[in-house]
Design a protein around this ligand. Sequence first.
Ligand code: FMN
Length: 135
Amino acid sequence: MLDSDLFYIDTVKKYPDDHMQKIAVAKQEYDKNIRPELKAKLDNMDDYDTVIVAFPNWWTTMPMAMFTFFESYDFFGKIICPIVTHGGSGFSNSLRDISLLCPGAEIREGLAINGDDVQKCDKVLEKWAKKVHLL
Ligand SMILES: Cc1cc2nc3c(=O)[nH]c(=O)nc-3n(C[C@H](O)[C@H](O)[C@H](O)COP(=O)(O)O)c2cc1C
């Protein structure tokens, strides 16, 4: 929909496929405020003035890997457009956490998509993209 570059935020350590095990690993990372190592780092973040970030809601905020991501760059003066997928809680604390991690960034109104609606969210995405002036 947008003429943008795509960067997949992925961790070095693979999460368990089993849902309950994944939940437990993620909870431990959250409780211990861990910063999971990411597979790659962008070396040209300075070239971007607008960053759309999409992540799932894990334990009332973003996966801790997103904390690693936000702490890896200087977002001062950049526009951040957040999208969360969730199981009922929307953004929870993630918008607050992005603000804390990205001083001086403009955080545009986010879009919350229920995990069950991900396959059918094209229209909602387009409407949101227009609303936050990405389209
Ligand atoms: C470890 C973990 C923790 C989660 N915690 C929450 C939560 O606190 N609130 C919520 O609404 N959904 C929570 N969910 C549900 C996910 O947000 C939802 O399944 C996801 O956005 C759908 O994307 P997916 O198919 O990539 O998992 C959690 C899911 C996982 C795996």
